[in-house]
Ligand binder design. Structure first.
Ligand code: CDP
Length: 214
């Protein structure tokens, strides 16, 4: 079974995906975390998003994700980068790198490999449209930008970071993600859309669970 949770930035996709994985006892993959880890690697190695990336480069990038007893971790060449990939530098650069077909194909192959043996829930932008168009269940989460920024601000829990700058970053990423030529952010026709602006985490979760019938 494959469950796709797509949607705009900071709509709680990964929170929902983790809850589903736990409840159904299936695997979880955070596609955004792959793009973020690759971005971290490329920034560290001073590789510009405008450069064409050869296959030899990807053979140097080993990324693995782990979801165990409620806790998600991601490793880049053996280093735990779970917190580092959430930093500002990665956040403001990731969407430029995520436009690149070489990077997207690399992530697609990692995601498809993960789905071969086990049931899986994956969150992202185009999981239901491009990566797994035949997914068994597809959801698309969206919300008012101001509310998404407030929630992300609370999550970051750092008063030196202004809500306005988070809102700007979220809108900028949504804009790049939804206007790019390859695999843009958009709701799959057969996805179930949920406006999460005024819903609590558990309310969204119940709505999703109701749709997943065995
Ligand atoms: O957590 P949040 O929704 O803010 O972002 P994320 O899922 O960590 O994704 C970070 C960025 O990676 C997105 O803004 C996209 O530019 C890119 N991304 C993508 O292109 N395709 C995906 N399936 C997931 C993320």
């Amino acid at each position: 079974m494959i469950i796709a949770i797509d949607g705009e930035a900071s709509t709680g996709k990964s929170t929902q995906a983790k809850k589903i994985a736990k409840r159904l006892n299936i695997n979880y993959r955070d596609s955004g975390a792959y793009y973020r880890a690759i971005t971290l690697y490329l920034i560290r190695n001073q590789i510009n998003p405008k450069e064409t990336l050869g296959q030899d480069l990807f053979s140097k990038i080993d990324i693995s994700q782990k979801f165990e007893s409620d806790s998600f971790s991601i490793f880049l060449n053996g280093e735990d980068v779970t917190s580092k990939i959430r930093g500002h530098k990665v956040s403001v650069n990731v969407s430029e790198y995520a436009k690149k077909p070489e990077i997207r194909n690399f992530v697609y192959s990692l995601l498809r490999k993960s789905s071969k043996l086990n049931s899986i829930v994956v969150d992202g932008r185009e999981i239901g449209t491009v990566v797994f168009p035949d997914a068994d269940y597809k959801f698309f989460l969206y919300a008012i930008p101001e509310i998404r920024a407030q929630r992300r601000h609370k999550e970051i829990n750092d008063e030196t970071v202004k809500i306005e700058s988070i809102e700007r970053e979220i809108k900028e990423r949504d804009d790049i993600d939804s206007t790019r030529e390859i695999a843009p952010l958009k709701k799959a026709e057969d996805a179930y859309g949920i406006d999460v602006s005024y819903l609590a985490i558990d309310q969204v979760f119940e709505e999703i669970l109701e749709k997943i019938t065995f």
